[in-house]
Design a protein around this ligand. Structure first.
Ligand SMILES: CC(C)(COP(=O)(O)OP(=O)(O)OC[C@H]1O[C@@H](n2cnc3c(N)ncnc32)[C@H](O)[C@@H]1OP(=O)(O)O)[C@@H](O)C(=O)NCCC(=O)NCCS
Length: 219
């Protein structure tokens, strides 16, 4: 991110996160066409119309909320490299029935794997949920075989809270789903604060979301 002081390698953010728009849908779909990316995604593979039906309304609602000066309940971000190249997407989703609960999710292009992009994205999503939405709890879920996702959630400080044997049916095969989560008070508050500072995420102010997320970053 421009003008950021270098920190440790894991939090030395070189990526840019911006609210995604419908213009990002082709890149989302291209990412989800890769069997390596969808290997452990319970809802994939699926036709493009399925992904459009899922992401399209979320992106519309996000654009509408931002246009009204509000933060979206479900925030979908595009992750870009320093040259504006698309690396993937990440999201925070307000959990129904859990006030202050936010679920995180992420899908990166295969070319972006293995160099800390996912780790930094997880920290960004956590810091965004905490600082901008005042999150009380963070959670996530993945298939038991998704070692990369499990590791990312662990790095963020989420604990395995449960498992649902055979819960997901993917391409004719049953998979156990793991549930991860933690109260924000149990997370590394110092690291979250560092990340928020580096990325310019301010304190929650419902009346002024621009104070939390600089308008220039919303594009
Ligand atoms: C999961 C994903 C986001 C990880 O992104 P990434 O940029 O490769 O992650 P990082 O480079 O930051 O690696 C983070 C850690 O996870 C580990 N890791 C990543 N992928 C792994 C894998 N397939 N198996 C085992 N460990 C893995 C890394 O070794 C690293 O561990 P370390 O910190 O102990 O060294 C990426 O692989 C992806 O987009 N996968 C497809 C979509 C998906 O499954 N999303 C999650 C949906 S629940």
């Amino acid at each position: 991110m421009e003008g950021d002081a270098p920190m440790t390698s894991r939090t030395e953010f070189t990526e840019r996160y911006r609210f995604a728009t419908r213009d990002d849908l082709p890149a989302f779909l291209e990412t989800l066409e890769d069997p390596a990316v969808t290997r452990w995604l319970w809802f994939a593979p699926a036709p493009p119309s399925f992904y459009e039906a899922y992401f399209g309304p979320l992106l519309d609602a996000q654009a509408e909320a931002l246009a009204r000066g509000r933060l979206p309940a479900t925030s979908v971000f595009a992750v870009e490299d320093g040259d504006g190249g698309f690396l993937g997407q990440g999201a925070t989703v307000a959990v129904e029935g859990s006030p202050g609960g936010f679920e995180i999710g992420f899908q990166l292009r295969r070319a972006a794997w293995g160099r800390g992009v996912g780790t930094r994205l997880a920290w960004f999503l956590g810091a965004y949920a905490v600082r901008c939405h005042g999150a009380h709890r963070l959670e996530g879920s993945c298939l038991v075989g998704n070692m990369g996702s499990r590791r990312l959630m662990t790095i963020l400080g989420l604990q395995e809270e449960g498992r649902r044997p055979g819960f997901r049916l993917k391409e004719g095969q049953r998979h156990t789903e793991l549930l991860y989560g933690a109260e924000v008070a149990a997370l590394d508050g110092v690291r979250l604060a560092e990340v928020a500072e580096v990325l310019g995420l301010g304190p929650k102010d419902a009346a002024r979301p621009d104070a939390c997320w600089p308008a220039s970053r919303a594009r």
